[in-house]
Design a protein around this ligand. Structure first.
Ligand code: NOJ
Length: 548
């Protein structure tokens, strides 16, 4: 069931709040911060995985789907969290990692012991010859996507780290196991599910990528994808009228997403797509920097809004998550206009058609980490790519600069609650370094400001909860050729909302498509009280007008 008035807050549990002095965030730490989230006004928390994992990929390498890693706490702690969250009107969304398991998972270990049942849970192929993998596909974390296992003289597929073996979804036992895991967590009071890279589970064929790319055309949005999702829906969360589901869709298309998240498709409630977060990739390469192409950003977001709307399908709206650099550093200005640009970026997303997601720390403008030494990075993708780029001939300085812009660790540093040691996250050395700027940029400091980013987010959240036009209004792009401003309308019967966002540090003039007499100001990050048809927008200004 899709609830259009919902706002999801993402917690990266390892970095949110440590309660037992081990430098790791934990469930009891989250419980101690629930009042803060209630004040913010969100109604769902999505947790990145807290279950047993060797942590090669911070929990996305699952060893046991049904138990918490003791560093996060116990099942009793979790039950208390569910109860305490419920009291505050907050539901829980869990992350289900079903494209792969850790190679330490019991299934893989039994496969290695030669148990055919479990060997068939994974994808094995013969090499092309001695030392030559089955095809030229590349892992998303660098290197071949295949790993040789001598005892079988075969390779297993791992689209991610070598310790993350891909599951074989053509096997009905695998599909049943996944449905059982969802049902297990449903019985524990979990109503929401985020499915990790779920559009990669149906592989079409295992041929070489003719373009010598990573092979994604053969495993993205594959031929049985919709059938598998419908099956999972029927066998698990679809039985719960309260469910809220989102699929993480890697390199996907609108054509597929209108089905994944179509109102009557009985697959998922909404999708994360990532095209708008590649506009600063040079030639679509993540590790090649370029300034964000603003016109491309506008075009992509508009295309997705219209494409999904046309087929009555639903987007998840977001700039940030644990895999992306911080939006204020990336699309805003994290120095002089940090506050203004953080609000503008929030407003731009929250007034669109879809369900907004807020990533921890975004609500008071946390920035990129800007680590200066490779030893400070923990993320497997970052440490792997560091070696690859050095081997390609880039200098150490160049590579470190690239990581400062692109590394996933930019988003994973400890939550900055206040100006005490490690930003109040932990009183011992955290698992990943705290950012240098926590003494100025932290939740407590922000909230001392009557005009805080937090207060702005509270307001946006209340508007979505209470205004049908924000929940359901039709999206219509305006000022499509304007090179500095992203603007749109939302329309519901006679009501109209106009959102105008200046993405640049220079003032810029816009002429709105209609006279806005009779409109009131719903949101402004500059205390603007009224507007004319021609407006000169200040640096990173957002202005939202509304007429009943
Ligand atoms: C997407 C997750 O968001 C990311 O953190 C993870 O590394 C990959 N999927 C692999 O599970």
């Amino acid at each position: 069931m899709l609830r259009k008035d919902k706002i999801v807050y993402q917690i990266y549990p390892k970095s949110f709040q440590d309660s037992d002095h081990d430098g790791w965030g934990d469930i009891r730490g989250v419980i101690s911060r629930l009042d803060y989230l209630q004040e913010l006004g969100i109604n769902y928390i999505w947790f990145n995985p807290m279950i047993v994992s060797p942590q090669k990929d911070n929990g996305y390498d699952v060893k046991d789907y049904r138990n918490f890693d003791p560093r996060y706490g116990t099942m009793e702690d979790f039950e208390e969290l569910v109860r305490e969250a419920k009291k505050r009107g907050i539901d829980i969304m869990f992350d289900m990692v079903f494209n792969h398991t850790s190679t330490e998972h019991e299934w893989f270990q039994r496969a290695l012991k030669g148990e055919t049942k479990y060997k068939n849970y994974y994808i094995w192929r013969k090499g092309k010859g001695p030392g030559v993998p089955p095809n030229n596909w590349q892992s998303k974390f660098a290197g071949s996507a295949w790993e040789y296992v001598e005892q079988f003289d075969e390779y297993y597929l791992h689209l991610f780290d070598v310790s993350q073996a891909d599951l074989d979804w053509t096997n009905p036992d695998v599909r049943q196991e996944c449905a059982d895991i969802v049902n297990y967590w449903r019985a524990k009071g979990v109503h929401g599910f985020r499915f990790d890279v779920i559009n990669l589970i149906s592989k079409s064929s295992f041929e070489d990528d003719p373009n010598n790319f990573d092979g994604r055309q053969f495993y993205t949005d594959g031929p049985k994808e919709h059938e598998y999702l419908k099956g999972l829906n029927r066998a698990s969360f679809g039985q719960d009228p309260e469910h809220l589901t989102v699929g993480e869709m890697s390199s996907t298309t609108i054509e597929n997403c209108v089905q994944y998240a179509g109102e009557d498709a009985e697959e998922l409630d909404m999708v994360f797509s990532f095209h708008h977060l590649k506009v600063d990739y040079k030639n679509k390469m993540k590790w090649e920097l370029q300034a964000a192409d603003f016109m491309e950003l506008k075009e992509l977001l508009t295309k997705w809004q219209l494409g999904m709307q046309e087929k009555n399908a639903w987007n998840a709206l977001f700039w940030n998550c644990h895999d992306q650099p911080r939006s204020v550093s990336r699309f805003g200005d994290d120095k002089e206009y940090r506050k203004e640009s953080a609000k503008m970026l929030g407003s731009m997303i929250h007034m669109l058609r879809g369900t907004p997601y807020i990533y921890q720390g975004e609500e008071f403008g946390m920035t990129n980490a800007y680590f200066t030494d490779i030893s400070e990075y923990v993320d497997v993708e970052s440490t792997n790519i560091y070696d690859v780029l050095l081997n390609e001939g880039k200098s150490k300085e160049e590579v470190l600069h690239i990581l400062q812009e692109r590394s996933r660790d930019n988003a994973r540093t400890p939550m900055q609650w206040d100006d005490s040691e490690n930003g109040g996250f932990s009183d011992v050395t955290p698992w990943i370094r705290s950012q240098a700027n926590y003494r100025e940029i932290n939740a407590a400091n922000d909230r001392r400001d009557p005009d805080s980013i937090f207060a702005f987010y509270q307001k946006m959240i209340q508007l979505r909860k209470t205004m049908p036009i924000i929940q359901e209004g039709l999206f219509e792009p305006i000022l499509e050729d304007h090179e500095k401003v992203f603007a749109y309308k939302r329309v519901l019967d006679r009501e109209c909302l106009i959102a105008v966002n200046n993405f640049f540090r220079e003032e810029t003039e816009v002429r709105l498509p209609e006279d806005v007499k009779g409109y009131s100001v719903l949101l402004s990050n500059y205390d603007r009280k009224d507007a004319e048809q021609t407006v000169t927008l200040k640096p990173y200004e957002t202005l939202v007008l509304y007429k009943a």
